[in-house]
Design a protein around this ligand. Sequence first.
Ligand code: URA
Length: 452
Amino acid sequence: MRLPSEIIRDKRDGKELSAEDIRSFVEGLTSGQVTDYQATAFLMAVYFQRMSFSETAALTQAMLASGERYDFAKLEGVFVDKHSTGGIGDKVSLILAPLAAACGLKVPMMSGRGLGHSGGTLDKLDAIPGYRHDLSRERFEQILAEVGCSIIGQSARMAPADKKLYALRDVTATVECIPLICGSILSKKLAEGAQGLLLDVKTGSGAFMPTPARARELARWLVKVATKLGLPARAVVTDMSQPLGYSVGNALEVIESVEILKGERLLCPEGKPPGTPLERCSADLKELTIALCAHMLEIGKKVKNLAEGRRLAHARLADGSAWKRFQEMVRAHGGDASALDRVERMGLAPRTVSWNAKKKGFLAKMDAREIGLLLVELGGGRKRAEDRVDPGVGFVFHRKLGSRVIVGDPLVTVYAPASLDLAPLEARFHAAIKYAASRPSLPKLILDAAAK
Ligand code: URA
């Protein structure tokens, strides 16, 4: 192996690294021969000098090779997964995994924890009493065979190089870098054994890639690298300029997901009694989930086209089979499925406060990233990796962008810990909202249907 400092120097000076250099650097990182400060210097060099497509593929391959890899080829079924690049209120996986399973796919989903401002599916699952995501490979395979979907955490033996690199990126401002994101996401997805992958690349104020141009670039790279490494993949670019659905916060997001799966409202943010049909505030969440399911079904060749996929997804949601799969998955993971549609058992924070419109007009813009950071302040996310998350705190949004409001209209109900001073958080919330005198034009929910 060349000295790590020589490899860092080459990257610092903008040279293209050989696959062998990248492999040995990542191997050294995993074995402990390369130190954290060398890895950090390497990450910053990549951030500024970028990597070519071949270097990115070599990085992904090396990170994949750093750990174990699942392979479902011997098992029956078509294994297709979805990965989102992360956002605010993005609880799609909780609905999509059982829905795609109910439509005939196997969905082996390995999820992560919240990162910075963006939430993580594992933290949401932790809000379900008893749910375990640290299952053995044998149990994972068994649940996939019996239920059709399983959402687990990334095992420590899978892509361990990513675990180290991600922790360093998170604290050294090197997250927003396309080659590093490709290596991180795809090394885990390749290790997980899926036979097809749908990537939901987010753009907008709550996304790692705020502009559509950067999100499209990331989408193209992800698809190209995945395909080169033998994983058929497709990407859609979708909007994250406001939270998805009406809820942000782990238990609240489970409740909203259950509402979509069950087809009835359990919480009543607008004073409507539980049991009334779903209203517009979850419409974007439902629409996106159906669209993503159609793509997964097309990738897995379960349908001839997207229109057929959408019809099938709608039907499996409406006939209750997706809801049944979700309950089965929760039970198989040791969770208490009887708590799912009982809001009082989901551990919501007891103190609720309403934050109301300060101006008259249309809600035109929201800094969704700031909403994610405010959730962290409430205790619903982490400032440091070892922080404990409070599943019961969060936000219930009463209005989406484009809504017309008058002064005093409730914008959000906050579920907060009893002793927290909310005044500075409320000021930040109001600063994150922009009003307009006329109806604003809003970004499309799905910007690009399929990046190749
Ligand atoms: N999600 C990941 O797993 N890795 C990244 O780099 C960004 C989002």
